[in-house]
Design a protein around this ligand. Structure first.
Ligand code: BES
Ligand code: MN
Ligand code: ZN
Length: 477
């Protein structure tokens, strides 16, 4: 893990990231006269905004920012520049750098550090030969007076939690099945101080979680249902916030098999919602936020073996209603439905589910944002959308009109699990809404959960999307 801490003064010869609006307003840091002359002429004509260079073995990065820009844009610029800095420091095989910020916006320093820490993430545990290429960056220092210890602590917590979520997503199914995912949550609960109860197949059967059992029918591995709870003594909320994460540890599509190579290959990421909610409650517990939060994860792989559920099957769900299963690749909504029904017993203030639910979400808005929808009141959703901009995990809200329910009507069951050819992410959301009786909001992260190539501080593979969003949302409660 990359550690971010405050430092009283910048060591000479240490790599440095300089943030200022104009070069002439540069912060205090050690620089020799040759470097100073060079930078003064470099920035003289005013059209250059950034430089990163190796000066006799240390990286100097200077970033001029336009303070008139929206804060959320500045924050994202800073994260990206932090990523560039981390990459440069690593290419030098150095272990630390310091951020010197001459502006009065201290949040920008945190953002640089956050971007650098996230860019520093690697998933190389299965490649011993890659240890030689392991990143050398270990410590990021923030210089200056305005740094607040709690805020800094939260940056450390949320970057660590995001990397935990990435680890879970990047771990393939032969190393992380439903039981493995539940075990990982148990370890996280021990480390951060929240309760984790894991229901096994016998218990899941006893509770008649028909959706989860149907998806699991084609698998040799048993399903799990994890219940995580963080309940501080003086929680501000009387009714808990409930998070629900889709935990399909691998999605073959089942008998409605996905075609490889282009659609099944990355399906180890189909538990990214589960990873996000587990890592969020981990961060909330570590930061000791004064909120009662519960996270639920129904988990299984979706395979075509054994008695795999067949297109046309009619499944009785935990709530007693029936579903005509027309496509075994629409499995996420089957397991989430039971979890959303289970959530009713907590009488939630708000339930948010996070799921790599539909290709339609990715088709609609690509890999840069989250498709969202729901019936929760604006006091919650406006805050969530604001957090989306702040952490750059933005929500693109879809309509959630009841008209879409028509596309889910079945002649022989209460609902079918397949909508029409259009509005696939919305019909999936409306399907899920049927299992709720509380304020509900749905996040479809199919697009941003897993990316094919590095994009700044988002490394190739699992991105950990949702963790920074939800942590910021709860932290501003
Ligand atoms: N896990 C997939 C959705 C997905 C697609 C996630 C791409 C990440 C990237 C989900 O289970 C699925 O297969 N959905 C189907 C639903 C359809 C059969 C109604 C889809 O989107 O095609
Ligand atoms: Mn599927
Ligand atoms: Zn799926």
């Amino acid at each position: 893990m990359t550690k971010i801490s405050a430092i009283a003064s910048i060591k000479p010869n240490q790599s440095v990231f300089v943030l200022t609006d104009k070069w002439k307003n540069k912060p205090e840091f050690s620089i020799n006269s040759a470097e100073n002359d060079y930078l003064t002429s470099y920035f003289k004509d005013g059209d250059k905004k950034q430089i990163v260079f190796n000066s006799l073995g240390r990286i100097i990065c200077v970033q001029l920012i336009d303070l008139k820009k929206d804060l959320h844009k500045l924050l994202e610029d800073c994260r990206k520049q932090g990523a560039t800095m981390a990459d440069s420091v690593n290419s030098l095989k150095a272990s630390e750098f310091t951020i010197a910020n001459a502006t009065n916006k201290i949040d920008l320093s945190y953002a640089v550090a956050e971007g650098a820490a996230l860019a520093n993430y690697q998933f190389i545990r299965h490649k011993p030969s890659a240890q030689k290429q392991a990143n050398t960056l270990k410590n990021i220092y923030l210089a200056g007076k305005n740094i607040k210890a709690p805020a800094l602590n939260n940056v450390n917590i949320v970057t660590e939690a995001t990397c935990k979520a990435r680890d879970l997503v990047n771990e393939p199914v032969n190393h992380l099945n439903a039981q493995g995912l539940a075990d990982a949550f148990k370890l996280m609960g021990k480390a951060a101080g929240f309760k984790v109860e894991v229901l096994n197949k016998a218990k899941i059967s006893q509770l008649k979680m028909g959706g989860l059992l149907a998806v699991n029918a084609g698998s040799v591995d048993e399903p799990t249902f994890s219940i995580m709870e963080y309940k501080p003594k003086n929680a501000k909320n009387k009714k808990p916030y409930v998070l629900v994460g889709k935990g399909i540890v691998f999605d073959t599509g089942g008998l409605s098999l996905k075609p490889t190579p282009n659609s099944m290959d990355a399906m180890k990421c189909d538990m990214a919602g589960a990873a996000a909610v587990g890592a969020t409650i981990y961060a909330i517990a570590k930061a000791k936020l004064n909120l009662h939060v519960i996270a639920l994860v129904p988990a299984t792989d979706n395979r075509p073996g054994f008695n795999a559920f067949a297109p046309g099957d009619i499944i009785t769900m935990m709530d007693g209603s029936t579903v005509e299963m027309l496509n075994s690749d629409a499995e996420g909504r089957m397991v989430l439905a039971d979890a959303l029904h289970y959530a009713k017993k907590f009488n939630p203030e708000l339930t948010i589910d996070v799921a790599t639910l539909t290709g339609a979400a990715m088709a609609a808005i690509g890999q840069n944002a989250i498709v969202s929808m729901g019936n929760a009141p604006e006091k919650h959703t406006n805050k969530l959308k604001a957090s989306g901009y702040k952490v750059h995990e933005r929500l693109a809200e879809m309509p959630f009109w009841d008209d879409y329910n028509d596309m889910l009507k079945s002649d022989i069951a209460d609902q079918k699990n397949l909508g029409g050819p259009y509005a696939g992410s919305i019909t999936a959301g409306k399907f899920l809404e049927k299992y709720t009786n509380y304020p509900y909001y749905h996040l479809d992260i199919a697009g941003p959960a897993f990316i094919p190539a590095k994009d700044g501080y988002r490394i190739k593979g699992g991105t950990g999307v949702g963790v920074r969003l939800l942590f910021d949302f709860f932290n501003s409660k």
